[in-house]
Write a protein that binds this ligand. Structure first.
Ligand SMILES: [Zn+2]
Length: 310
Protein backbone atom coordinates (compact mmCIF):
# COMPACT_ATOMS: atom_id res chain seq x y z
CA UNK A 1 0.00 0.00 0.00
CA UNK A 2 1.44 3.39 -0.93
CA UNK A 3 0.97 6.78 0.71
CA UNK A 4 -2.13 7.78 -1.25
CA UNK A 5 -3.81 4.44 -0.58
CA UNK A 6 -2.97 4.71 3.11
CA UNK A 7 -4.52 8.19 3.22
CA UNK A 8 -7.65 6.90 1.47
CA UNK A 9 -7.88 3.92 3.81
CA UNK A 10 -7.62 6.11 6.87
CA UNK A 11 -10.35 8.37 5.49
CA UNK A 12 -12.62 5.41 4.83
CA UNK A 13 -11.99 4.02 8.29
CA UNK A 14 -12.64 7.30 10.01
CA UNK A 15 -15.89 7.63 8.06
CA UNK A 16 -16.79 4.12 9.21
CA UNK A 17 -16.00 5.05 12.79
CA UNK A 18 -18.15 8.20 12.49
CA UNK A 19 -21.09 6.13 11.31
CA UNK A 20 -20.62 3.62 14.10
CA UNK A 21 -20.42 6.42 16.65
CA UNK A 22 -23.65 7.87 15.28
CA UNK A 23 -25.36 4.52 15.93
CA UNK A 24 -23.86 4.36 19.43
CA UNK A 25 -25.07 7.89 20.16
CA UNK A 26 -28.60 6.99 19.03
CA UNK A 27 -28.55 3.82 21.14
CA UNK A 28 -27.51 5.85 24.18
CA UNK A 29 -30.57 8.05 23.71
CA UNK A 30 -32.91 5.09 23.09
CA UNK A 31 -31.69 3.27 26.21
CA UNK A 32 -33.06 6.07 28.34
CA UNK A 33 -36.45 4.66 27.40
CA UNK A 34 -37.25 1.80 29.80
CA UNK A 35 -39.23 -0.28 27.30
CA UNK A 36 -36.51 -0.11 24.67
CA UNK A 37 -33.79 -0.79 27.22
CA UNK A 38 -35.51 -3.89 28.61
CA UNK A 39 -36.28 -5.25 25.10
CA UNK A 40 -32.65 -4.80 24.14
CA UNK A 41 -31.51 -6.36 27.36
CA UNK A 42 -33.72 -9.36 26.78
CA UNK A 43 -32.51 -9.78 23.21
CA UNK A 44 -28.89 -9.72 24.38
CA UNK A 45 -29.52 -12.15 27.25
CA UNK A 46 -31.21 -14.65 24.92
CA UNK A 47 -28.46 -14.09 22.33
CA UNK A 48 -25.86 -14.94 24.91
CA UNK A 49 -27.76 -18.08 25.99
CA UNK A 50 -27.98 -19.23 22.36
CA UNK A 51 -24.26 -18.79 21.88
CA UNK A 52 -23.49 -20.66 25.07
CA UNK A 53 -25.78 -23.59 24.29
CA UNK A 54 -24.49 -23.83 20.76
CA UNK A 55 -20.99 -24.07 22.18
CA UNK A 56 -22.13 -26.82 24.53
CA UNK A 57 -23.94 -28.45 21.59
CA UNK A 58 -27.24 -28.41 23.53
CA UNK A 59 -30.77 -28.23 22.14
CA UNK A 60 -31.87 -24.58 21.69
CA UNK A 61 -35.58 -25.31 22.29
CA UNK A 62 -37.63 -22.13 21.70
CA UNK A 63 -34.70 -19.79 22.14
CA UNK A 64 -34.52 -18.71 18.50
CA UNK A 65 -38.20 -17.77 18.49
CA UNK A 66 -37.75 -15.93 21.81
CA UNK A 67 -34.82 -14.06 20.34
CA UNK A 68 -36.85 -12.96 17.30
CA UNK A 69 -39.69 -11.84 19.57
CA UNK A 70 -37.37 -9.71 21.70
CA UNK A 71 -35.90 -8.23 18.54
CA UNK A 72 -39.36 -7.42 17.24
CA UNK A 73 -40.31 -5.71 20.50
CA UNK A 74 -37.16 -3.64 20.26
CA UNK A 75 -37.93 -2.60 16.71
CA UNK A 76 -41.52 -1.76 17.53
CA UNK A 77 -40.46 0.44 20.40
CA UNK A 78 -37.83 2.05 18.18
CA UNK A 79 -40.52 3.00 15.66
CA UNK A 80 -42.83 4.26 18.39
CA UNK A 81 -40.02 6.53 19.46
CA UNK A 82 -39.92 7.99 15.95
CA UNK A 83 -36.92 6.14 14.43
CA UNK A 84 -36.33 3.67 11.60
CA UNK A 85 -34.74 0.21 12.08
CA UNK A 86 -32.00 1.08 9.52
CA UNK A 87 -30.76 3.78 11.87
CA UNK A 88 -29.33 1.08 14.10
CA UNK A 89 -27.14 -0.32 11.33
CA UNK A 90 -24.07 1.76 10.45
CA UNK A 91 -24.31 3.02 6.85
CA UNK A 92 -21.47 1.66 4.72
CA UNK A 93 -20.24 3.51 1.65
CA UNK A 94 -18.89 0.28 0.22
CA UNK A 95 -20.91 -2.93 0.37
CA UNK A 96 -17.97 -4.99 -0.81
CA UNK A 97 -15.68 -4.36 2.16
CA UNK A 98 -18.18 -2.78 4.59
CA UNK A 99 -15.71 0.09 4.77
CA UNK A 100 -12.96 -2.08 6.20
CA UNK A 101 -10.88 -1.34 3.08
CA UNK A 102 -10.06 -5.00 2.45
CA UNK A 103 -11.70 -7.89 0.65
CA UNK A 104 -10.07 -11.31 1.10
CA UNK A 105 -6.94 -9.64 2.43
CA UNK A 106 -6.62 -7.44 -0.65
CA UNK A 107 -7.11 -3.71 -0.87
CA UNK A 108 -10.70 -2.99 -1.90
CA UNK A 109 -11.40 -1.02 -5.09
CA UNK A 110 -13.13 1.68 -3.03
CA UNK A 111 -9.73 2.52 -1.46
CA UNK A 112 -8.08 2.73 -4.88
CA UNK A 113 -10.86 4.91 -6.25
CA UNK A 114 -10.76 7.26 -3.28
CA UNK A 115 -6.95 7.43 -3.42
CA UNK A 116 -7.17 8.47 -7.09
CA UNK A 117 -9.80 11.07 -6.19
CA UNK A 118 -7.71 12.48 -3.33
CA UNK A 119 -4.67 12.71 -5.59
CA UNK A 120 -6.70 14.50 -8.23
CA UNK A 121 -8.08 16.94 -5.67
CA UNK A 122 -4.51 17.69 -4.77
CA UNK A 123 -3.55 18.42 -8.36
CA UNK A 124 -6.11 20.77 -9.85
CA UNK A 125 -3.89 22.43 -12.44
CA UNK A 126 -4.45 19.90 -15.21
CA UNK A 127 -5.90 20.68 -18.61
CA UNK A 128 -7.95 17.51 -18.75
CA UNK A 129 -9.28 14.53 -16.80
CA UNK A 130 -8.28 12.17 -19.59
CA UNK A 131 -6.11 9.35 -18.27
CA UNK A 132 -6.03 6.95 -21.21
CA UNK A 133 -3.62 7.57 -24.07
CA UNK A 134 -5.56 5.27 -26.36
CA UNK A 135 -8.73 7.30 -25.94
CA UNK A 136 -7.22 10.66 -26.88
CA UNK A 137 -9.01 12.54 -29.63
CA UNK A 138 -6.21 13.90 -31.82
CA UNK A 139 -8.38 15.58 -34.41
CA UNK A 140 -7.77 18.93 -32.71
CA UNK A 141 -4.11 18.62 -33.64
CA UNK A 142 -3.19 20.07 -37.07
CA UNK A 143 -2.96 17.20 -39.55
CA UNK A 144 0.71 17.80 -40.25
CA UNK A 145 1.54 17.29 -36.58
CA UNK A 146 -0.84 14.43 -35.94
CA UNK A 147 1.48 11.51 -36.68
CA UNK A 148 4.14 12.92 -34.39
CA UNK A 149 1.49 13.47 -31.75
CA UNK A 150 0.24 9.90 -31.97
CA UNK A 151 3.71 8.44 -31.64
CA UNK A 152 4.37 10.71 -28.67
CA UNK A 153 1.15 9.50 -27.06
CA UNK A 154 2.29 5.89 -27.48
CA UNK A 155 5.66 6.68 -25.89
CA UNK A 156 4.04 8.52 -22.97
CA UNK A 157 1.64 5.61 -22.57
CA UNK A 158 4.68 3.39 -22.06
CA UNK A 159 6.05 5.84 -19.51
CA UNK A 160 2.76 5.52 -17.63
CA UNK A 161 2.81 1.71 -17.82
CA UNK A 162 6.36 1.50 -16.49
CA UNK A 163 5.98 4.20 -13.85
CA UNK A 164 7.60 4.40 -11.29
CA UNK A 165 10.26 2.13 -12.77
CA UNK A 166 11.23 4.35 -15.70
CA UNK A 167 14.81 4.34 -16.88
CA UNK A 168 14.86 8.10 -17.43
CA UNK A 169 14.26 10.60 -14.66
CA UNK A 170 13.59 13.49 -17.03
CA UNK A 171 10.89 13.34 -19.67
CA UNK A 172 11.03 16.44 -21.81
CA UNK A 173 8.57 17.43 -24.51
CA UNK A 174 10.07 20.28 -26.47
CA UNK A 175 8.73 22.27 -29.40
CA UNK A 176 6.51 25.12 -30.45
CA UNK A 177 3.23 26.16 -28.82
CA UNK A 178 0.03 24.45 -29.86
CA UNK A 179 1.46 21.01 -30.51
CA UNK A 180 -0.34 19.45 -27.57
CA UNK A 181 2.66 18.99 -25.25
CA UNK A 182 0.86 20.20 -22.14
CA UNK A 183 -2.18 18.11 -22.95
CA UNK A 184 -0.11 14.94 -23.34
CA UNK A 185 1.75 15.67 -20.13
CA UNK A 186 -1.61 16.16 -18.36
CA UNK A 187 -2.83 12.78 -19.61
CA UNK A 188 0.39 11.23 -18.29
CA UNK A 189 -0.17 12.96 -14.93
CA UNK A 190 -3.69 11.50 -14.74
CA UNK A 191 -2.52 8.04 -15.80
CA UNK A 192 0.09 8.12 -13.04
CA UNK A 193 -2.46 9.29 -10.45
CA UNK A 194 -4.65 6.42 -11.58
CA UNK A 195 -1.83 4.21 -10.33
CA UNK A 196 -2.31 6.02 -7.00
CA UNK A 197 0.97 7.90 -7.22
CA UNK A 198 1.26 11.56 -6.23
CA UNK A 199 1.57 14.19 -8.92
CA UNK A 200 2.30 17.91 -8.85
CA UNK A 201 1.80 19.84 -12.06
CA UNK A 202 3.01 23.43 -12.17
CA UNK A 203 3.43 25.97 -14.87
CA UNK A 204 6.98 27.33 -14.63
CA UNK A 205 5.57 30.71 -13.57
CA UNK A 206 3.74 29.12 -10.63
CA UNK A 207 6.81 27.09 -9.74
CA UNK A 208 8.95 30.19 -9.82
CA UNK A 209 6.51 31.81 -7.38
CA UNK A 210 6.91 28.86 -5.04
CA UNK A 211 10.68 29.24 -5.32
CA UNK A 212 10.42 32.92 -4.47
CA UNK A 213 8.09 32.24 -1.54
CA UNK A 214 10.52 29.61 -0.31
CA UNK A 215 13.41 32.03 -0.65
CA UNK A 216 11.62 34.67 1.43
CA UNK A 217 9.94 32.36 3.94
CA UNK A 218 11.05 32.15 7.58
CA UNK A 219 13.13 29.05 8.13
CA UNK A 220 10.36 27.11 9.92
CA UNK A 221 8.05 27.46 6.91
CA UNK A 222 10.60 26.55 4.28
CA UNK A 223 10.27 22.78 4.59
CA UNK A 224 6.52 22.85 3.92
CA UNK A 225 7.05 24.73 0.68
CA UNK A 226 9.88 22.74 -0.79
CA UNK A 227 9.29 19.18 0.44
CA UNK A 228 6.22 18.52 -1.74
CA UNK A 229 8.24 19.32 -4.87
CA UNK A 230 10.80 16.72 -3.91
CA UNK A 231 8.39 14.14 -2.55
CA UNK A 232 5.89 14.10 -5.43
CA UNK A 233 6.18 10.81 -7.30
CA UNK A 234 5.85 12.77 -10.54
CA UNK A 235 6.47 16.50 -10.86
CA UNK A 236 5.67 18.37 -14.04
CA UNK A 237 7.16 21.73 -14.89
CA UNK A 238 5.01 23.01 -17.71
CA UNK A 239 6.31 25.60 -20.18
CA UNK A 240 9.79 25.87 -18.73
CA UNK A 241 11.33 29.12 -19.96
CA UNK A 242 8.12 31.17 -19.65
CA UNK A 243 9.04 32.33 -16.15
CA UNK A 244 11.07 35.41 -15.36
CA UNK A 245 14.54 34.56 -14.18
CA UNK A 246 14.87 35.82 -10.62
CA UNK A 247 18.42 36.23 -9.48
CA UNK A 248 19.49 33.79 -6.75
CA UNK A 249 16.09 32.12 -6.95
CA UNK A 250 15.03 30.52 -10.23
CA UNK A 251 18.24 28.75 -11.16
CA UNK A 252 19.26 27.93 -7.60
CA UNK A 253 16.03 26.17 -6.69
CA UNK A 254 15.40 24.65 -10.09
CA UNK A 255 18.78 23.01 -9.81
CA UNK A 256 18.01 21.88 -6.26
CA UNK A 257 14.72 20.33 -7.38
CA UNK A 258 16.43 18.46 -10.21
CA UNK A 259 19.19 17.18 -7.95
CA UNK A 260 16.85 16.12 -5.16
CA UNK A 261 14.52 14.40 -7.61
CA UNK A 262 17.28 12.34 -9.16
CA UNK A 263 15.49 9.08 -8.43
CA UNK A 264 12.04 10.26 -9.46
CA UNK A 265 10.48 11.18 -12.78
CA UNK A 266 10.18 14.87 -13.61
CA UNK A 267 8.26 15.95 -16.70
CA UNK A 268 9.15 19.12 -18.54
CA UNK A 269 7.42 20.83 -21.41
CA UNK A 270 9.21 23.71 -23.07
CA UNK A 271 9.39 25.76 -26.22
CA UNK A 272 13.13 25.91 -25.81
CA UNK A 273 15.72 23.83 -27.60
CA UNK A 274 18.60 22.28 -25.63
CA UNK A 275 20.80 25.13 -26.87
CA UNK A 276 18.35 27.72 -25.57
CA UNK A 277 18.11 25.90 -22.26
CA UNK A 278 21.89 25.99 -21.98
CA UNK A 279 21.98 29.72 -22.74
CA UNK A 280 19.22 30.49 -20.28
CA UNK A 281 19.97 28.22 -17.33
CA UNK A 282 23.64 27.49 -17.74
CA UNK A 283 25.53 24.24 -18.00
CA UNK A 284 24.65 22.83 -14.58
CA UNK A 285 20.89 22.77 -15.22
CA UNK A 286 20.99 22.13 -18.96
CA UNK A 287 23.17 19.08 -18.51
CA UNK A 288 20.75 17.67 -15.94
CA UNK A 289 17.80 18.30 -18.25
CA UNK A 290 19.50 16.84 -21.29
CA UNK A 291 21.76 14.26 -19.65
CA UNK A 292 22.62 11.42 -21.99
CA UNK A 293 21.42 8.52 -19.91
CA UNK A 294 18.73 10.06 -17.78
CA UNK A 295 16.65 12.22 -20.11
CA UNK A 296 14.08 11.18 -22.65
CA UNK A 297 13.43 14.05 -25.00
CA UNK A 298 10.67 14.20 -27.56
CA UNK A 299 11.01 16.99 -30.11
CA UNK A 300 7.76 18.30 -31.49
CA UNK A 301 9.49 20.23 -34.22
CA UNK A 302 11.47 19.62 -37.36
CA UNK A 303 10.69 17.90 -40.64
CA UNK A 304 11.40 14.41 -39.40
CA UNK A 305 10.19 12.65 -36.34
CA UNK A 306 13.10 12.50 -34.04
CA UNK A 307 12.45 10.68 -30.86
CA UNK A 308 15.77 9.96 -29.42
CA UNK A 309 17.11 9.18 -26.07
CA UNK A 310 19.63 11.70 -25.01
ZN1 LIG B 1 -14.63 -1.23 -0.29
Amino acid sequence: MNKAEAAALSKIRSRKLDNELKVEALLAVLRQDDQFASAENERDTIGFKIAKMRYQKKDLGNLNADYERAKKLMTERLCQLGHQPEELTPAYACDLCKDSGFVDGKLCDCVKTLAYQLLKDNCKTLLTDMDDFEAIDDTIIPEADRERYRISAVILGRFADKFPHNKSNILMLSGKQGTGKTYLMSVLANAIMKKRMGVLFYNSVQLNEIFLRYHLAPIEEKENLFAPLVEADFLVIDDLGAENLIKNVTETYLYAVLVLRESKLTGITTNMSPTHLLERYGHRIASRLCAKNNSYIIHFEGADLRFHKK
